[in-house]
Design a protein around this ligand. Sequence first.
Ligand SMILES: Cc1cc2nc3c(=O)[nH]c(=O)nc-3n(C[C@H](O)[C@H](O)[C@H](O)COP(=O)(O)OP(=O)(O)OC[C@H]3O[C@@H](n4cnc5c(N)ncnc54)[C@H](O)[C@@H]3O)c2cc1C
Length: 475
Amino acid sequence: MVVGDIATGTDLLVIGAGPGGYVAAIRAAQKGIDTTLVEKDAYGGTCLNYGCIPSKALITGANLAHEAGHAEEMGIHADPVVDMSQLRDWKSGVVDQLTGGVEKLCKANGVNLVEGTARFKDENAVRIAHGGEGQGSETIEFEHCIIATGSRVIQIPGFDFGDEPVWSSRDALEADTVPERLVVVGGGYIGMELSTTFAKLGADVTVVEMLDDILPGYESDVARVVRKRAEDLGIDMHFGEGASGWREEDDGIMVTTETEDGEENEYRADKVLVAVGRSPVTDTMDIESAGLEADDRGFLSVDDRRRTDVEHIYAVGDVVEDTPMLAHVASKEGIVAAEHIAGEPVAFDSQAVPAAVFTDPEIGTVGMTEADAEEAGFSPVVGQMPFRASGRALTTNHADGFVRIVADEESGFVLGAQIVGPEASELIAELAFAIEMGATLEDVASTIHTHPTLAEAVMEAAENALGQAIHTLNR
Ligand SMILES: Cc1cc2nc3c(=O)[nH]c(=O)nc-3n(C[C@H](O)[C@H](O)[C@H](O)COP(=O)(O)OP(=O)(O)OC[C@H]3O[C@@H](n4cnc5c(N)ncnc54)[C@H](O)[C@@H]3O)c2cc1C
């Protein structure tokens, strides 16, 4: 039986319950706005279900197993056995706990939750299709709308995610066995995080990357530290090659690649993981009916309040052009949009957006590189502290990498930082805060940091920029 189309109204309709949408919905409800959040799949979106959280859970498991099995020099002899399906169940438990928490938080804050797929009817109404065939639909009319529909994996010709040996990142995170041989197409951050994870879990990993290095967008000396460690883990990396196809063999599959000069190479594998990026989900909602138009890659352009060209319709998260596809960016944008709808004088200031890569070692970056600072007209001064000179790094047996701080020579204001090394994803928060607070090198250097901690390396990098470092030679 098809249930008829019932129309209801809401002040704010949020489409998509990822870190952009659910955060926006909660903040709007906190501000007293009558808010409805519609989600077609799972609360928490890509981040909680198929991205940040499950990947970091698997990374934790892989690190633990690998560390325990490689600590002979500390007198620890162990040969850990990884039960992959149990590790997967543990990871799923973490995901369930968090997604259940999101649903409860939304309800506790008074957000109306609607399950279904939203499509625009016009610029003030959507139709929500509930579930599958015969589940009915409803129309929701709104005063304001926030589009937070996120992104999906990019598929490349010759590699259909429907084929069993071809993995998307989501399939890789659901694996209940470790493939003996894994080819990873793409050396970006998702490709490198998963390559490292599966190598540590015992797979023979080959990375194929079209560009001439891993981690495009990161400085070469930062990427070099991760590449060197990946090599030590036995990851075989091939640059300047694009994956062109695969075929079944008696023993697994053969992945073929092609260089720019047309030279072909072949790699044996059991699975091939395609991780070449993500594209925004704006093509399934009839956005044109609301008067919206995406650019040729599917992104929506917004102003600094996250308003689209249709002023009462906002967009946040992975659908937005010109901001990085990161969960914390989506959440911040969601808060800005919600508070602006509530009438507050807010704007999205992307001066200090930190980013982290959970490879081995980790990377954390924020603000400007030295080259960015020069390009922006600053006369930058740079300080660096290698982790091999950090007592705490040595006691954790992870001393590769460095902390680098970039500041304006004249004023001393911290402009940016690049960290590659242990806990870089956590350490970068101090420097994001420093930039946000308008701190100078002097402020960072004169703050007493606990000993012995990795954070002391941040203080030492600032001291190094001032020519006052104690534990490393000044430049
Ligand atoms: C493997 C992996 C690892 C990652 N690791 C990190 C990390 O460590 N740190 C980080 O910051 N980022 C990470 N990301 C990126 C991060 O997941 C995204 O940037 C983030 O989820 C974007 O949030 P969003 O709210 O814009 O969209 P999403 O999280 O994609 O949520 C969008 C939601 O909208 C729903 N939806 C779509 N269309 C409709 C519709 N028409 N009607 C109703 N609902 C709809 C979807 O079902 C989905 O739940 C990772 C991504 C992947 C794939």
